[in-house]
Design a protein around this ligand. Structure first.
Ligand SMILES: Nc1ncnc2c1ncn2[C@@H]1O[C@H](COP(=O)(O)OP(=O)(O)OP(=O)(O)O)[C@@H](O)[C@H]1O
Length: 602
């Protein structure tokens, strides 16, 4: 166990760096041509698989079009090479761009149409490759392939097989470093937030369409790079390399290695390529093997080899006492918040023939808790969803500080300062408590993909602030000691507090809490109530949708009671408690139980 603790003390980038150094050193260690070619083919496959991991594993886009981007990169590099431009750097640049363009052009309609469209578009994209290649036969060589590609050069020097090997390894190292930087940054977390739920993503201010497109299109780039390398490896490009069979192999490699992983792509690609090269029966029955890999990686291991390795590491960590950096739960002060006035007037919303809201109204002000109560189905959540822009109202106005927001997109409303929690907490699996909270700051301070890849000073500054603010918010809700724990494993009460922390780091003007106390025990409700009071006292506008009448009475400054989509009554807790209509319509309890103020309503 001591050995394990020592291994864990080594910074995590050291291991991939050692692997990179070993690959670069292979020719000096006496590796023959057969072995270096095997490594080259594996790395080319690993580039394709890493793109799949980014778009499918991290961003959750069910798309397998990587082979089409691979073809785009290979043919582009081959064609410009035959036209006289043999510089490998130019090839990589143009092939990467060609793949990006194919990704964007196919991603836009695929994502706009929603649902399974992207999966279908990318599936047909792979099937279309032979047709496109045949149509452009004059340039691509059609079914005969494109031969006579001149050897690649770099800055005017022709690359021999050994130098080309170094180039393949170098491109792979650089891309994997970029890939690792993306997934370890707020953008990688954003992809996982989106994968968990588009509703959650838009509630923290992300444009769902743009984030999905970014995941899909960036995932195309390494496939384009792989294409350029492949064209210059054999100096011959033919359709065999871009068949549906290769696409299935890439998918199997992704699942086997672990699609939510960076280096799993290398492992999956290694297994598939090794099988292809070593055994003719593997090639003959490859679809059976790929199916087997999908079963092993997807079902038996759940998360592939990388997922299994992570679980094993966590177990060894526990056994060796290597615990995530636990800190004391010191409370911090909430910095003053500039709240906003939210006004809802005459809002109506129907779902088909079901009139969920007919005439809803409320006015929520800074430094006050406005509670929205009402029986099941009275329209409370519908009203919250209208305020957040998930639905469009049929009539009425919704304003924030006097400005109409009723027609704005969800992510735009979030950026105006409206944050929320959900009836069922939406916590993405596989990310830490700290990262879940930091994801709430995605739009508070922008940071580009380029900055994330290159780790620019500005990016590191934003990242530092993300961590600081997340740490403060966690201390505030009493979860800072769990900052490095996987968030989805926390019990319900903690996940609810975590959602409040995530909403808080966005420094919202208006905080919407949707049944935030449901499922909590008494002590947890107390903690939560104290927290909501502090948020209110800091100046935030709090809108609380809640069934726990006792909690509402003790917290609210103003209560709005909805019944059958309209406002039944509104006023102070004392007024609402004394209102006979509320007692009849909503509470349906005797005078005695109401006056105790403790009767919950489930
Ligand atoms: N997306 C939807 N499609 C169709 N009908 C919906 C939709 N969302 C809500 N409704 C209907 O609108 C009405 C109001 O529902 P809503 O969820 O807003 O009530 P609620 O007061 O939040 O209830 P609860 O306390 O049970 O959460 C219900 O009749 C519900 O079935």
């Amino acid at each position: 166990m001591k050995a394990w603790a020592a291994l864990r003390a080594v910074p995590s980038w050291v291991y991939p760096a050692l692997l990179g150094a070993l690959l670069l050193a292979l020719p000096f260690l006496g590796a023959d041509y057969g072995l270096t070619r095997q490594v080259e083919l594996t790395l080319i496959m690993a580039l394709i698989v890493s793109g799949l991991n980014l778009s499918l594993g991290y961003a959750g886009q069910l798309a397998i079009g990587q082979v089409a981007m691979y073809a785009a990169g290979a043919y582009t590099a081959a064609i410009i090479s035959k036209a006289g431009t043999t510089d490998l750097l130019v090839h990589l640049l143009v092939a990467g761009l060609a793949a990006l363009v194919v990704g964007i052009l196919t991603g836009i309609p695929g994502l706009r149409l929603g649902s399974w469209s992207l999966a279908m578009t990318s599936f047909f994209l792979v099937l279309l490759v032979p047709d496109v290649v045949t149509i452009l036969e004059e340039h691509t060589g059609g079914a005969h392939g494109l031969s006579g590609i001149p050897p690649a050069t770099l800055f005017g020097y022709q690359l021999g097989p050994e130098q080309f090997y170094f180039c393949v390894v170098a491109v792979t190292i650089l891309w994997f470093a970029a890939f690792r930087n993306i997934v370890a940054s707020r953008h990688g977390i954003a992809f996982q937030v989106l994968k968990q739920s588009p509703v959650l993503a838009s509630s923290v201010g992300m444009s769902v369409f743009r984030t999905k497109l970014a995941g899909y299109a960036i995932g195309a780039v390494p496939a384009g790079l792989a294409g350029a390398l492949f064209a210059n490896l054999d100096l011959f490009v033919s359709l065999d390399a871009f068949s549906f069979h290769v696409a299935t192999g890439a998918l199997a490699a992704s699942i086997l290695g672990g699609s939510v992983s960076v280096y799993g792509a290398l492992l999956g690609a290694g297994v598939v390529e090794y099988g292809n090269s070593q055994s003719s029966s593997f090639q003959e029955y490859s679809l059976v093997f790929f199916g087997l890999f999908l079963l092993i990686g997807g079902v038996l291991m759940s998360g592939g080899v990388a997922g299994a390795a992570r679980k094993l590491a966590a177990r060894l960590d526990r056994a060796a006492g290597v615990l995530p950096g636990a800190k004391s739960g010191t409370e911090t002060e909430i910095a003053p918040i500039t709240g906003g006035t939210m006004e809802v007037t005459g809002v109506a919303k129907a779902f088909g023939g079901n009139q969920a809201l007919t005439n809803a109204a409320l006015r929520a002000e800074p430094g006050r808790v406005t509670a929205l109560i009402g029986p099941n189905g009275s329209g409370k959540t519908t009203l919250l969803n209208l305020v957040c822009g998930y639905y469009r109202r049929d009539a009425g106005t919704i304003t924030l500080d006097g400005k109409e927001i009723g027609t704005a997109a969800t992510h735009a409303i979030a950026r105006l300062g409206v944050a929320r929690t959900f009836q069922t907490p939406l916590i993405p699996p596989g990310i830490t408590v700290r990262d879940v909270v930091a994801s709430g700051r995605y739009t508070a301070e922008p940071a580009s993909f380029g900055g994330a890849i290159l780790r620019t000073r500005r990016f590191r500054r934003v990242q530092r602030r993300d961590r600081e603010r997340a740490g403060q918010a966690l201390a505030l809700v009493g979860l800072d000691h769990l900052a490095d724990t996987e968030a989805a494993t926390l019990p319900l009460g903690m996940r609810r507090l975590l959602e409040v922390a995530r909403a808080l780091v966005a420094e919202p003007k208006v905080l919407l809490l949707d049944e935030v106390a449901s499922g909590l025990d008494e002590a947890e409700v107390e903690t939560l109530a104290a927290l909501i009071r502090r948020i209110r006292d800091a100046g935030c506008t709090v809108i609380l949708v809640e069934h726990n009448f006792g909690l509402v009475l003790s917290l609210a400054d103003e209560i709005v009671v909805l019944a059958r989509g309209s406002v039944l009554a509104s006023g102070t807790p004392a007024e609402i408690e004394a209102d006979p209509r509320v007692r009849d319509e909503y509470l349906g309890v005797t005078d005695d139980s109401v006056t105790t103020g403790k009767e919950g309503h489930a």
